[in-house]
Design a protein around this ligand. Structure first.
Ligand SMILES: Cc1ncc(COP(=O)(O)O)c(C=O)c1O
Length: 378
């Protein structure tokens, strides 16, 4: 079974048939604790009843129509997102994935500035479309962009203000940054770095893009990492956790940036359809009603303290996007946790174990994770 499927990600050893909260149930009825959060997507937990209900109601009413027709849920979702992002971020475009959101963000920055080149940060991961491969760090990704004839971004070292100052000149369309780098191992940028990036982009007329595909939607201390850091980009992208499992990407930009657009410059058949808009609105409603951003901060702090108590000296990240720097191969620890039916992530840094559980992760679930880690690290 499954042999027709091309292998993409290294598979976790679980075949889930059901999910609730932070838990998966496999085909033999075993329960698995999901500290990988369904790949950072299950922000309100797996199959939250409010999200499921909203999807069911909307599926009965109207499954789909594209942006060729106005729809109140698409409009409402755009308004909600604009209200949840720092001003003047207020214009929203919907698509279907993180890479697509970043692709459109880069396109928009180039169109606005009339410039071509992009600066990105070492360790940054932005997607697998040609334009996003070109700004993603790593030879295998850059090779893909090069083969397609796409000019590569200039990569600056992580948190290096002087390098940004040197690289972002007046021919640069944009600097793209993950405020908290996901795949690199939950590496949180220093606030001074992001503040300096803002100043430098302003001075050179370049756009500042925050890729919040992994770190956004309440995971890192506020609805947007931009708000958590107090630094507002010109363009911000969301995806993974926004609709709790239905495919979505969102580009949120300032009116100054979007002024260059005419009808037809951006588009997506599926983007912002009624079903996914209903799911995202319900998901945002749950995040607010259940105060999940505060929960993510509280449980994140608890995990950091618990990890330190286990002798893990360095923990990076913010909220519930955490990197445990183990000083030993994280893959081995991840596999030993699989044996205890606990899912965690690894990172491009082979010694970092990445935690990205649902924002609803409880202190009891954090204790179970820490107890598993304690056994494995003993
Ligand atoms: C920071 C970041 N940007 C972009 C992407 C690409 O998102 P997608 O897989 O939805 O295209 C990812 C996916 O892991 C990501 O973590």
């Amino acid at each position: 079974m499954g042999s027709a499927l091309l292998p993409v990600y290294p598979p976790f050893p679980v075949r889930p048939v059901r999910g609730y909260g932070s838990w998966l149930v496999d085909d033999e009825g075993h329960q698995w604790l999901d500290a990988y959060g369904g790949h950072a997507v299950a922000s309100t937990g797996h199959s939250h009843p409010d999200v499921v209900h909203a999807i069911a109601v909307q599926a009965e009413r109207l499954l789909f129509y594209s942006s060729a027709v106005p729809h109140h849920l698409r409009e409402e979702l755009a308004e909600r997102l604009a209200a949840l992002c720092p001003e003047p971020l207020g214009r929203v475009f919907f698509c279907n994935s993180g890479a697509e959101a970043n692709e459109n963000a880069l396109h928009l920055a180039r169109k606005h500035t009339g410039r071509q080149s992009i600066v990105s940060v070492a360790g940054g991961w932005h997607g697998r479309t040609v334009a996003t491969l070109a700004v993603t760090d790593g030879a295998r990704y850059e090779d893909g962009a090069r083969r397609a004839g796409m000019p590569l971004s200039v990569k600056v070292p992580f948190d290096d203000v002087a390098a940004v100052d040197a690289a972002v000149n007046q021919s640069v369309a944009a600097l793209i940054v993950e405020p908290v780098q996901g795949l690199a191992g939950a590496r949180d940028c220093a606030p001074e770095f992001l503040r300096a990036a803002r100043r430098i982009c302003d001075a050179r007329g370049s756009a500042l893009i925050f890729d919040e595909v992994q770190c956004g939607v309440g995971r890192c201390g506020a609805f947007s990492a931009a708000e958590a850091y107090g630094v507002t980009p010109d363009i911000l992208t969301f995806a993974k956790g926004l609709a709790a499992g239905l495919p979505i990407g969102a580009v949120v930009a300032t009116p100054a940036i979007t002024a260059c657009l005419s009808v037809g410059d951006l588009g997506s058949t599926f983007g912002g359809g009624p079903l996914v808009a209903a799911a995202a609105l319900a998901n945002i409603g749950v995040i607010e009603r259940e105060e999940l951003i505060a929960n993510a901060i509280r449980v994140g702090d608890y995990l950091v303290r618990g990890a330190r108590a286990l002798g893990i000296v360095r923990v990076s990240g913010r909220g519930l996007l955490l990197g445990l720097h183990l000083g030993r191969p994280a893959g081995e620890v991840q596999r030993a946790l699989f044996d205890r039916r606990i899912l965690t992530g690894t990172a491009s840094d082979p010694q970092v174990l990445r935690l990205l559980p649902p924002l609803s992760f409880s202190l009891r679930e954090a204790d179970l994770l820490l107890a598993g880690l304690k056994e494995v690290l003993a």
